[in-house]
Design a protein around this ligand. Structure first.
Ligand code: GLU
Length: 554
Protein backbone atom coordinates (compact mmCIF):
# COMPACT_ATOMS: atom_id res chain seq x y z
CA UNK A 1 0.00 0.00 0.00
CA UNK A 2 1.16 3.48 -0.85
CA UNK A 3 0.70 7.07 0.26
CA UNK A 4 -1.69 7.37 -2.64
CA UNK A 5 -3.94 4.67 -1.16
CA UNK A 6 -3.82 6.47 2.15
CA UNK A 7 -4.80 9.76 0.52
CA UNK A 8 -7.61 7.99 -1.34
CA UNK A 9 -8.91 6.45 1.87
CA UNK A 10 -9.03 9.81 3.65
CA UNK A 11 -10.50 11.77 0.75
CA UNK A 12 -12.43 9.31 -1.40
CA UNK A 13 -14.66 11.90 -3.00
CA UNK A 14 -12.00 14.48 -3.83
CA UNK A 15 -11.28 14.20 -7.53
CA UNK A 16 -9.67 17.51 -8.38
CA UNK A 17 -5.96 18.11 -7.97
CA UNK A 18 -4.03 21.29 -7.20
CA UNK A 19 -3.26 21.44 -10.90
CA UNK A 20 -6.95 21.52 -11.76
CA UNK A 21 -7.29 24.51 -9.47
CA UNK A 22 -4.38 26.19 -11.22
CA UNK A 23 -6.54 26.16 -14.32
CA UNK A 24 -9.72 27.21 -12.58
CA UNK A 25 -7.96 30.20 -10.99
CA UNK A 26 -5.40 31.28 -13.58
CA UNK A 27 -2.88 34.06 -13.11
CA UNK A 28 -4.71 37.35 -13.19
CA UNK A 29 -4.15 39.47 -16.24
CA UNK A 30 -3.40 42.82 -14.72
CA UNK A 31 -1.10 45.58 -15.79
CA UNK A 32 2.56 45.51 -14.80
CA UNK A 33 3.06 46.32 -11.14
CA UNK A 34 -0.60 45.86 -10.21
CA UNK A 35 -0.88 44.58 -6.67
CA UNK A 36 -3.41 41.99 -5.58
CA UNK A 37 -4.09 42.44 -1.89
CA UNK A 38 -6.54 41.10 0.58
CA UNK A 39 -8.08 41.96 3.89
CA UNK A 40 -8.60 38.66 5.67
CA UNK A 41 -10.15 39.16 9.08
CA UNK A 42 -11.55 36.39 11.21
CA UNK A 43 -15.07 37.03 12.44
CA UNK A 44 -13.93 36.21 15.97
CA UNK A 45 -14.03 39.82 17.14
CA UNK A 46 -15.27 43.26 16.15
CA UNK A 47 -13.30 45.30 13.67
CA UNK A 48 -10.56 47.18 15.49
CA UNK A 49 -8.12 49.91 14.65
CA UNK A 50 -5.45 47.37 13.63
CA UNK A 51 -7.88 45.80 11.15
CA UNK A 52 -8.71 49.26 9.91
CA UNK A 53 -5.06 50.04 9.30
CA UNK A 54 -4.65 46.82 7.29
CA UNK A 55 -7.80 47.53 5.30
CA UNK A 56 -6.77 51.09 4.47
CA UNK A 57 -3.24 50.05 3.49
CA UNK A 58 -4.69 47.34 1.25
CA UNK A 59 -7.07 49.78 -0.33
CA UNK A 60 -4.29 52.29 -1.01
CA UNK A 61 -1.96 49.64 -2.44
CA UNK A 62 -4.65 48.35 -4.79
CA UNK A 63 -5.93 51.74 -5.94
CA UNK A 64 -2.42 53.09 -6.32
CA UNK A 65 -1.31 50.23 -8.58
CA UNK A 66 -4.56 49.62 -10.49
CA UNK A 67 -4.70 46.28 -8.76
CA UNK A 68 -7.31 44.31 -6.87
CA UNK A 69 -8.44 44.56 -3.27
CA UNK A 70 -10.46 41.62 -2.04
CA UNK A 71 -11.88 40.53 1.29
CA UNK A 72 -11.66 36.96 2.50
CA UNK A 73 -13.71 35.79 5.41
CA UNK A 74 -11.40 33.59 7.49
CA UNK A 75 -14.04 31.73 9.41
CA UNK A 76 -12.26 28.46 10.14
CA UNK A 77 -12.34 28.97 13.90
CA UNK A 78 -16.05 28.41 14.12
CA UNK A 79 -16.14 27.91 17.86
CA UNK A 80 -14.84 31.43 18.42
CA UNK A 81 -17.08 33.16 15.88
CA UNK A 82 -18.72 36.24 17.36
CA UNK A 83 -22.21 37.11 16.25
CA UNK A 84 -22.34 40.35 14.30
CA UNK A 85 -18.57 40.55 13.77
CA UNK A 86 -18.78 39.83 10.05
CA UNK A 87 -21.63 42.30 9.56
CA UNK A 88 -19.64 44.95 11.35
CA UNK A 89 -16.61 44.35 9.13
CA UNK A 90 -18.68 44.88 5.99
CA UNK A 91 -20.55 47.76 7.51
CA UNK A 92 -17.27 49.47 8.42
CA UNK A 93 -15.72 49.01 4.98
CA UNK A 94 -18.84 50.50 3.44
CA UNK A 95 -19.06 53.31 5.96
CA UNK A 96 -15.48 54.37 5.22
CA UNK A 97 -15.99 53.89 1.50
CA UNK A 98 -13.13 51.43 1.17
CA UNK A 99 -15.20 48.58 -0.15
CA UNK A 100 -13.32 45.74 -1.86
CA UNK A 101 -13.42 44.85 -5.56
CA UNK A 102 -13.98 41.18 -4.76
CA UNK A 103 -15.81 39.67 -1.81
CA UNK A 104 -18.69 37.50 -0.79
CA UNK A 105 -21.18 38.65 1.76
CA UNK A 106 -24.75 37.53 2.37
CA UNK A 107 -26.14 36.92 -1.09
CA UNK A 108 -23.69 39.23 -2.84
CA UNK A 109 -20.51 38.13 -4.54
CA UNK A 110 -18.04 39.87 -6.82
CA UNK A 111 -14.90 38.41 -8.39
CA UNK A 112 -13.87 35.19 -10.10
CA UNK A 113 -11.52 33.87 -7.48
CA UNK A 114 -14.06 32.83 -4.87
CA UNK A 115 -15.53 31.42 -2.79
CA UNK A 116 -14.17 34.18 -0.57
CA UNK A 117 -15.34 32.44 2.59
CA UNK A 118 -12.99 29.81 3.92
CA UNK A 119 -15.65 27.47 5.23
CA UNK A 120 -16.97 27.23 1.66
CA UNK A 121 -13.60 26.20 0.30
CA UNK A 122 -13.40 22.83 2.00
CA UNK A 123 -13.15 20.85 -1.21
CA UNK A 124 -10.26 22.96 -2.41
CA UNK A 125 -8.29 22.56 0.82
CA UNK A 126 -8.92 18.86 0.79
CA UNK A 127 -7.56 18.55 -2.73
CA UNK A 128 -4.36 20.20 -1.56
CA UNK A 129 -4.10 18.11 1.59
CA UNK A 130 -4.79 14.98 -0.42
CA UNK A 131 -1.99 15.84 -2.78
CA UNK A 132 0.51 16.33 0.05
CA UNK A 133 -0.45 13.02 1.63
CA UNK A 134 -0.17 11.24 -1.69
CA UNK A 135 3.41 12.42 -2.11
CA UNK A 136 4.32 11.66 1.50
CA UNK A 137 4.64 15.29 2.62
CA UNK A 138 1.73 15.18 5.05
CA UNK A 139 0.47 12.44 7.30
CA UNK A 140 -2.32 11.50 9.65
CA UNK A 141 -1.27 11.97 13.27
CA UNK A 142 -3.07 9.91 15.87
CA UNK A 143 -1.69 11.55 19.00
CA UNK A 144 -4.54 11.98 21.46
CA UNK A 145 -5.14 15.22 23.37
CA UNK A 146 -3.76 13.47 26.48
CA UNK A 147 -0.59 12.43 24.69
CA UNK A 148 -0.14 15.94 23.35
CA UNK A 149 -0.51 17.39 26.83
CA UNK A 150 1.99 14.93 28.15
CA UNK A 151 4.51 15.92 25.48
CA UNK A 152 3.99 19.59 26.17
CA UNK A 153 4.38 19.13 29.90
CA UNK A 154 7.54 17.16 29.42
CA UNK A 155 8.97 19.79 27.07
CA UNK A 156 8.09 22.59 29.47
CA UNK A 157 9.61 20.81 32.43
CA UNK A 158 12.81 19.89 30.68
CA UNK A 159 13.07 23.32 29.03
CA UNK A 160 12.82 21.94 25.52
CA UNK A 161 11.20 23.70 22.61
CA UNK A 162 7.45 23.16 22.54
CA UNK A 163 5.88 21.40 19.58
CA UNK A 164 5.74 18.30 17.47
CA UNK A 165 9.16 17.82 15.86
CA UNK A 166 11.95 15.28 15.83
CA UNK A 167 11.30 12.42 18.21
CA UNK A 168 8.01 13.98 19.37
CA UNK A 169 6.57 13.57 15.88
CA UNK A 170 5.62 10.01 16.71
CA UNK A 171 3.32 9.36 13.76
CA UNK A 172 5.57 10.82 11.12
CA UNK A 173 7.09 7.54 10.08
CA UNK A 174 4.05 5.33 10.37
CA UNK A 175 3.73 3.31 7.18
CA UNK A 176 0.74 3.82 4.91
CA UNK A 177 -0.38 0.25 5.81
CA UNK A 178 -0.50 0.97 9.50
CA UNK A 179 -2.12 4.38 9.03
CA UNK A 180 -4.80 2.82 6.85
CA UNK A 181 -5.42 0.12 9.44
CA UNK A 182 -5.76 2.63 12.28
CA UNK A 183 -8.07 4.88 10.29
CA UNK A 184 -10.25 1.91 9.37
CA UNK A 185 -10.36 1.01 13.04
CA UNK A 186 -11.90 4.42 13.67
CA UNK A 187 -8.98 6.18 15.36
CA UNK A 188 -9.18 9.98 15.34
CA UNK A 189 -6.46 11.94 13.58
CA UNK A 190 -5.37 15.35 12.35
CA UNK A 191 -3.25 15.86 9.25
CA UNK A 192 0.23 17.19 9.95
CA UNK A 193 2.70 18.68 7.53
CA UNK A 194 5.91 16.64 7.34
CA UNK A 195 8.54 19.29 7.79
CA UNK A 196 11.95 18.87 6.24
CA UNK A 197 13.42 21.91 7.94
CA UNK A 198 16.34 21.99 10.31
CA UNK A 199 16.05 24.17 13.39
CA UNK A 200 19.81 24.70 13.45
CA UNK A 201 19.83 26.27 10.02
CA UNK A 202 19.00 29.90 9.36
CA UNK A 203 16.11 31.04 7.26
CA UNK A 204 16.32 34.60 5.94
CA UNK A 205 13.51 36.49 4.34
CA UNK A 206 12.78 40.07 3.48
CA UNK A 207 9.76 41.64 5.08
CA UNK A 208 8.87 44.86 3.32
CA UNK A 209 8.49 46.70 6.63
CA UNK A 210 11.08 45.08 8.82
CA UNK A 211 13.74 44.46 6.16
CA UNK A 212 15.81 41.27 6.26
CA UNK A 213 14.79 38.97 9.08
CA UNK A 214 16.50 35.83 10.24
CA UNK A 215 14.69 32.93 11.82
CA UNK A 216 15.61 29.30 12.42
CA UNK A 217 14.13 27.06 9.75
CA UNK A 218 10.80 25.52 10.59
CA UNK A 219 10.98 21.94 11.76
CA UNK A 220 7.54 21.65 13.34
CA UNK A 221 5.06 19.19 11.94
CA UNK A 222 2.14 21.56 12.33
CA UNK A 223 -1.44 20.45 11.83
CA UNK A 224 -2.77 21.55 8.47
CA UNK A 225 -6.21 19.99 8.81
CA UNK A 226 -8.14 19.61 12.03
CA UNK A 227 -10.04 16.52 13.01
CA UNK A 228 -13.75 16.97 13.62
CA UNK A 229 -14.79 19.77 11.25
CA UNK A 230 -11.93 18.89 8.84
CA UNK A 231 -11.23 22.57 8.30
CA UNK A 232 -7.71 23.70 7.49
CA UNK A 233 -5.57 25.57 9.96
CA UNK A 234 -4.70 29.22 9.31
CA UNK A 235 -1.27 28.32 7.90
CA UNK A 236 -2.59 25.92 5.33
CA UNK A 237 -5.48 28.12 4.28
CA UNK A 238 -3.02 31.00 3.86
CA UNK A 239 -1.00 28.94 1.40
CA UNK A 240 -3.97 27.67 -0.59
CA UNK A 241 -6.00 30.87 -0.66
CA UNK A 242 -3.27 33.39 -1.24
CA UNK A 243 -1.84 31.22 -3.98
CA UNK A 244 -5.13 30.55 -5.77
CA UNK A 245 -6.45 34.06 -5.33
CA UNK A 246 -3.15 35.26 -6.75
CA UNK A 247 -2.28 37.58 -3.89
CA UNK A 248 0.89 39.54 -4.57
CA UNK A 249 1.22 41.29 -1.19
CA UNK A 250 0.09 40.00 2.17
CA UNK A 251 -0.63 42.80 4.64
CA UNK A 252 -1.10 41.29 8.06
CA UNK A 253 -0.30 41.82 11.73
CA UNK A 254 3.17 41.39 13.09
CA UNK A 255 2.11 38.39 15.16
CA UNK A 256 2.28 36.30 11.99
CA UNK A 257 5.87 37.12 11.15
CA UNK A 258 7.44 34.23 13.02
CA UNK A 259 5.28 31.85 10.98
CA UNK A 260 6.93 32.84 7.71
CA UNK A 261 9.52 30.00 7.83
CA UNK A 262 6.64 27.54 8.04
CA UNK A 263 4.74 29.34 5.29
CA UNK A 264 7.85 29.22 3.15
CA UNK A 265 8.03 25.44 3.57
CA UNK A 266 4.37 25.07 2.67
CA UNK A 267 4.67 27.18 -0.49
CA UNK A 268 7.87 25.34 -1.33
CA UNK A 269 6.19 21.95 -0.99
CA UNK A 270 3.94 22.87 -3.90
CA UNK A 271 6.61 24.74 -5.84
CA UNK A 272 4.68 28.02 -5.56
CA UNK A 273 6.11 31.48 -5.39
CA UNK A 274 5.47 33.23 -2.09
CA UNK A 275 3.70 36.56 -1.96
CA UNK A 276 5.53 39.56 -0.54
CA UNK A 277 4.85 40.34 3.11
CA UNK A 278 4.02 43.60 4.79
CA UNK A 279 3.83 42.81 8.49
CA UNK A 280 2.21 45.89 9.96
CA UNK A 281 3.44 47.53 13.11
CA UNK A 282 1.74 47.09 16.42
CA UNK A 283 -0.54 49.95 17.32
CA UNK A 284 0.63 51.58 20.52
CA UNK A 285 -0.76 54.22 22.82
CA UNK A 286 0.31 56.21 25.80
CA UNK A 287 -1.39 54.85 28.89
CA UNK A 288 -3.54 57.59 30.45
CA UNK A 289 -2.63 56.58 33.98
CA UNK A 290 0.99 55.53 33.87
CA UNK A 291 2.15 57.47 30.81
CA UNK A 292 3.89 54.31 29.60
CA UNK A 293 3.73 53.36 25.93
CA UNK A 294 1.86 50.09 25.51
CA UNK A 295 -0.08 48.07 22.98
CA UNK A 296 -3.59 49.37 22.38
CA UNK A 297 -6.06 46.99 24.02
CA UNK A 298 -9.50 45.94 22.83
CA UNK A 299 -10.46 45.35 26.43
CA UNK A 300 -9.20 48.54 28.03
CA UNK A 301 -9.32 51.16 25.30
CA UNK A 302 -12.65 52.09 23.75
CA UNK A 303 -10.83 53.69 20.82
CA UNK A 304 -9.40 50.29 19.88
CA UNK A 305 -12.72 49.25 18.32
CA UNK A 306 -14.14 50.94 15.27
CA UNK A 307 -17.52 51.56 16.96
CA UNK A 308 -15.90 54.40 18.85
CA UNK A 309 -15.26 56.65 15.85
CA UNK A 310 -18.65 56.15 14.32
CA UNK A 311 -20.55 56.67 17.55
CA UNK A 312 -18.73 59.91 18.24
CA UNK A 313 -19.18 61.02 14.65
CA UNK A 314 -15.65 61.56 13.42
CA UNK A 315 -15.69 62.34 9.69
CA UNK A 316 -14.58 59.26 7.83
CA UNK A 317 -11.77 61.01 6.02
CA UNK A 318 -10.36 62.36 9.28
CA UNK A 319 -10.20 58.83 10.69
CA UNK A 320 -8.54 57.56 7.54
CA UNK A 321 -6.03 60.42 7.66
CA UNK A 322 -5.25 59.60 11.29
CA UNK A 323 -4.74 55.94 10.42
CA UNK A 324 -2.55 56.79 7.43
CA UNK A 325 -0.55 59.17 9.59
CA UNK A 326 0.52 56.32 11.84
CA UNK A 327 0.89 53.90 8.92
CA UNK A 328 3.44 55.99 7.04
CA UNK A 329 5.81 58.53 8.59
CA UNK A 330 5.65 60.88 5.60
CA UNK A 331 1.87 60.91 5.23
CA UNK A 332 1.35 63.98 7.36
CA UNK A 333 3.73 66.05 5.29
CA UNK A 334 2.19 64.75 2.09
CA UNK A 335 -1.25 65.68 3.36
CA UNK A 336 -0.09 69.23 4.17
CA UNK A 337 1.24 69.59 0.65
CA UNK A 338 -1.77 67.90 -0.96
CA UNK A 339 -4.73 69.04 1.13
CA UNK A 340 -7.34 68.10 -1.46
CA UNK A 341 -5.89 64.92 -2.94
CA UNK A 342 -7.75 61.68 -2.13
CA UNK A 343 -5.85 59.64 0.46
CA UNK A 344 -5.56 56.69 -1.92
CA UNK A 345 -3.30 58.65 -4.20
CA UNK A 346 -0.68 58.73 -1.48
CA UNK A 347 2.39 56.70 -2.52
CA UNK A 348 2.34 54.29 0.41
CA UNK A 349 5.69 52.71 1.13
CA UNK A 350 6.17 49.87 3.61
CA UNK A 351 9.65 51.27 4.22
CA UNK A 352 8.05 54.33 5.78
CA UNK A 353 6.21 52.25 8.34
CA UNK A 354 7.77 52.26 11.77
CA UNK A 355 8.97 48.71 12.50
CA UNK A 356 8.88 49.29 16.24
CA UNK A 357 5.24 50.28 16.45
CA UNK A 358 2.82 52.99 15.49
CA UNK A 359 1.80 55.41 18.21
CA UNK A 360 -1.88 56.23 17.96
CA UNK A 361 -2.99 59.31 19.76
CA UNK A 362 -6.57 60.56 20.06
CA UNK A 363 -5.44 64.18 20.43
CA UNK A 364 -3.82 63.85 17.06
CA UNK A 365 -7.04 62.49 15.58
CA UNK A 366 -8.95 65.37 17.21
CA UNK A 367 -6.61 67.88 15.61
CA UNK A 368 -6.88 66.28 12.20
CA UNK A 369 -10.62 66.11 12.57
CA UNK A 370 -11.07 69.71 13.80
CA UNK A 371 -9.11 70.88 10.85
CA UNK A 372 -11.12 68.74 8.50
CA UNK A 373 -14.50 69.82 9.88
CA UNK A 374 -13.46 73.47 9.82
CA UNK A 375 -12.98 73.23 6.06
CA UNK A 376 -16.33 71.63 5.30
CA UNK A 377 -19.14 73.66 3.80
CA UNK A 378 -21.83 74.37 6.40
CA UNK A 379 -24.46 72.52 4.34
CA UNK A 380 -22.25 69.44 4.05
CA UNK A 381 -21.43 69.50 7.72
CA UNK A 382 -25.12 69.84 8.53
CA UNK A 383 -25.90 66.88 6.31
CA UNK A 384 -23.30 64.64 7.96
CA UNK A 385 -24.25 65.86 11.42
CA UNK A 386 -27.91 65.07 10.70
CA UNK A 387 -27.05 61.61 9.33
CA UNK A 388 -25.01 60.88 12.41
CA UNK A 389 -27.73 62.15 14.75
CA UNK A 390 -30.35 60.05 13.01
CA UNK A 391 -28.47 56.97 14.09
CA UNK A 392 -27.02 58.00 17.42
CA UNK A 393 -29.14 60.72 19.02
CA UNK A 394 -32.82 61.02 18.34
CA UNK A 395 -33.20 64.17 20.35
CA UNK A 396 -30.48 66.04 18.49
CA UNK A 397 -31.92 64.71 15.25
CA UNK A 398 -35.36 66.14 16.07
CA UNK A 399 -33.99 69.52 17.08
CA UNK A 400 -31.67 70.07 14.15
CA UNK A 401 -34.26 68.80 11.69
CA UNK A 402 -36.75 71.33 13.01
CA UNK A 403 -34.21 74.15 12.93
CA UNK A 404 -32.41 73.30 9.74
CA UNK A 405 -31.79 76.84 8.50
CA UNK A 406 -30.74 78.16 11.88
CA UNK A 407 -28.38 75.23 12.37
CA UNK A 408 -26.73 75.71 9.01
CA UNK A 409 -26.46 79.45 9.64
CA UNK A 410 -24.91 78.80 13.04
CA UNK A 411 -22.45 76.26 11.64
CA UNK A 412 -21.54 78.79 8.99
CA UNK A 413 -20.32 81.40 11.46
CA UNK A 414 -16.63 82.17 10.79
CA UNK A 415 -16.44 79.36 8.25
CA UNK A 416 -15.15 79.78 4.71
CA UNK A 417 -12.61 82.31 5.86
CA UNK A 418 -8.84 82.05 5.73
CA UNK A 419 -8.72 80.90 9.32
CA UNK A 420 -11.99 79.11 9.99
CA UNK A 421 -12.99 78.24 13.55
CA UNK A 422 -11.92 74.81 14.73
CA UNK A 423 -14.60 74.08 17.28
CA UNK A 424 -15.59 70.51 16.62
CA UNK A 425 -13.58 67.32 16.56
CA UNK A 426 -16.68 65.25 15.79
CA UNK A 427 -20.44 65.54 15.41
CA UNK A 428 -20.99 64.63 19.04
CA UNK A 429 -19.12 67.80 20.03
CA UNK A 430 -21.47 70.13 18.16
CA UNK A 431 -24.61 70.10 20.28
CA UNK A 432 -22.93 70.96 23.61
CA UNK A 433 -21.56 74.02 21.84
CA UNK A 434 -24.76 75.06 20.08
CA UNK A 435 -27.77 74.02 22.16
CA UNK A 436 -28.41 77.61 23.19
CA UNK A 437 -29.59 78.40 19.67
CA UNK A 438 -32.71 76.28 20.24
CA UNK A 439 -35.57 77.57 22.40
CA UNK A 440 -36.57 74.15 23.68
CA UNK A 441 -33.16 73.57 25.23
CA UNK A 442 -33.45 76.35 27.75
CA UNK A 443 -35.47 74.36 30.24
CA UNK A 444 -32.23 72.73 31.42
CA UNK A 445 -30.30 73.83 34.46
CA UNK A 446 -28.34 76.89 33.45
CA UNK A 447 -24.85 77.91 34.33
CA UNK A 448 -24.30 81.51 33.34
CA UNK A 449 -20.65 82.25 32.73
CA UNK A 450 -20.73 85.95 33.52
CA UNK A 451 -17.39 87.70 33.87
CA UNK A 452 -16.74 91.07 35.43
CA UNK A 453 -20.36 92.12 35.58
CA UNK A 454 -22.52 89.77 37.59
CA UNK A 455 -25.16 92.04 39.06
CA UNK A 456 -28.56 90.96 37.82
CA UNK A 457 -30.11 94.41 37.82
CA UNK A 458 -27.26 95.82 35.76
CA UNK A 459 -27.46 92.91 33.34
CA UNK A 460 -31.17 93.43 32.83
CA UNK A 461 -30.75 97.16 32.26
CA UNK A 462 -28.05 96.60 29.65
CA UNK A 463 -30.09 94.00 27.80
CA UNK A 464 -33.33 95.94 27.86
CA UNK A 465 -31.70 99.13 26.70
CA UNK A 466 -30.03 97.28 23.91
CA UNK A 467 -32.97 95.31 22.68
CA UNK A 468 -35.52 98.08 23.01
CA UNK A 469 -33.54 100.99 21.67
CA UNK A 470 -30.46 99.87 19.77
CA UNK A 471 -30.59 96.49 18.05
CA UNK A 472 -31.45 96.63 14.38
CA UNK A 473 -31.29 93.50 12.29
CA UNK A 474 -30.38 95.53 9.20
CA UNK A 475 -27.08 96.74 10.60
CA UNK A 476 -23.85 95.51 9.12
CA UNK A 477 -21.27 94.31 11.61
CA UNK A 478 -19.36 97.63 11.84
CA UNK A 479 -22.50 99.59 12.44
CA UNK A 480 -23.68 97.00 14.93
CA UNK A 481 -20.48 97.33 16.91
CA UNK A 482 -20.40 101.13 16.79
CA UNK A 483 -23.89 101.23 18.23
CA UNK A 484 -22.86 98.87 21.00
CA UNK A 485 -19.94 101.13 21.82
CA UNK A 486 -22.16 104.18 22.00
CA UNK A 487 -24.59 102.38 24.31
CA UNK A 488 -21.73 101.04 26.43
CA UNK A 489 -20.44 104.55 26.95
CA UNK A 490 -23.87 105.86 27.74
CA UNK A 491 -24.24 103.24 30.45
CA UNK A 492 -20.84 103.90 32.03
CA UNK A 493 -18.50 101.52 30.17
CA UNK A 494 -15.36 102.54 28.33
CA UNK A 495 -15.85 102.37 24.57
CA UNK A 496 -12.16 102.78 24.01
CA UNK A 497 -9.76 100.21 25.42
CA UNK A 498 -6.87 102.64 25.78
CA UNK A 499 -8.92 105.04 27.85
CA UNK A 500 -10.06 102.16 29.97
CA UNK A 501 -6.53 100.97 30.63
CA UNK A 502 -5.47 104.44 31.67
CA UNK A 503 -8.21 104.89 34.25
CA UNK A 504 -10.23 101.74 34.84
CA UNK A 505 -11.77 103.11 38.01
CA UNK A 506 -13.77 105.64 36.04
CA UNK A 507 -15.80 102.88 34.38
CA UNK A 508 -17.99 99.91 35.24
CA UNK A 509 -15.94 98.00 32.74
CA UNK A 510 -14.93 98.18 29.10
CA UNK A 511 -16.75 97.40 25.89
CA UNK A 512 -15.61 93.77 25.99
CA UNK A 513 -17.15 93.38 29.45
CA UNK A 514 -20.23 94.96 28.01
CA UNK A 515 -20.56 92.51 25.10
CA UNK A 516 -19.87 89.64 27.49
CA UNK A 517 -23.06 90.58 29.33
CA UNK A 518 -25.05 90.21 26.13
CA UNK A 519 -23.27 87.09 25.02
CA UNK A 520 -23.87 85.33 28.31
CA UNK A 521 -27.52 86.34 28.48
CA UNK A 522 -28.08 84.93 25.00
CA UNK A 523 -25.98 81.79 25.25
CA UNK A 524 -24.92 81.36 28.92
CA UNK A 525 -21.37 80.96 27.55
CA UNK A 526 -18.45 83.36 27.88
CA UNK A 527 -16.96 82.08 24.64
CA UNK A 528 -19.00 81.58 21.49
CA UNK A 529 -18.69 82.15 17.78
CA UNK A 530 -19.26 85.70 16.57
CA UNK A 531 -21.99 87.39 18.62
CA UNK A 532 -23.16 89.55 15.73
CA UNK A 533 -24.07 86.44 13.75
CA UNK A 534 -25.66 84.74 16.73
CA UNK A 535 -27.88 87.76 17.31
CA UNK A 536 -28.95 87.85 13.68
CA UNK A 537 -29.81 84.16 13.64
CA UNK A 538 -31.79 84.45 16.87
CA UNK A 539 -33.64 87.65 15.97
CA UNK A 540 -35.20 90.09 18.39
CA UNK A 541 -38.04 87.92 19.71
CA UNK A 542 -35.79 85.09 20.75
CA UNK A 543 -33.36 87.49 22.33
CA UNK A 544 -36.19 88.87 24.45
CA UNK A 545 -37.10 85.33 25.40
CA UNK A 546 -33.56 84.69 26.59
CA UNK A 547 -33.77 87.81 28.73
CA UNK A 548 -37.02 86.60 30.30
CA UNK A 549 -35.35 83.30 31.15
CA UNK A 550 -32.48 85.14 32.78
CA UNK A 551 -34.87 87.19 34.89
CA UNK A 552 -36.46 83.99 36.09
CA UNK A 553 -33.48 81.68 36.48
CA UNK A 554 -30.41 83.76 37.25
N1 GLU B 1 -7.45 35.77 9.81
C1 GLU B 1 -6.19 36.27 10.23
C2 GLU B 1 -6.40 37.22 11.37
O1 GLU B 1 -7.48 37.76 11.49
C3 GLU B 1 -5.60 37.06 9.08
C4 GLU B 1 -4.17 37.11 8.99
C5 GLU B 1 -3.84 37.42 7.54
O2 GLU B 1 -4.22 38.50 7.08
O3 GLU B 1 -3.25 36.58 6.90
O4 GLU B 1 -5.50 37.43 12.15
Amino acid sequence: MTYKDLAELIFPSITKTPEDYENIYPERSLSEGAKVVRFAPSPTGFMHIGNMMSAVINYVLARGSKGIFYVRNEDTDQARTVEGALDFIHHTLKYYDIYPDEYEYNDKQAGNYGPYVQSERMEIYHAFVKHLISIGKAYPCFLTPEELTEIREYQTKSKKRIGIYGKYAKCRDITPEEAIKRIKAGEKFVIRFKSEGDFNKKFVFEDLVQGKIEFPENDLDVPIMKSGDLLPTYHFAHLVDDHLMRTTHVVRGQEWMSSVPLHYELFHAFGYKMPKYIHTSLILKKDEETGAIRKISKRKDPEALMFFYEEKGYPILAVIDAVMTIANSNYEEWRTNHPDTPFYEFPFSPKKMSPSGALFDLDKLDNISKNFISKMKAEDLYHDYLTWAKKYDEHIYDVISKYKDETIAFLNIERETKKPRKDYENYLAIFPKSWYMYDEEWDRELEYEFGKITDKEEIVIVMEEYLNNVYDSNDMQDEWFNKIKVLAEKLGYAGDMKEYRESPDNYKGNVADFTTIMRVVLTTKAMTPNLYDIMNILGKDKMFKRLEILKEKY
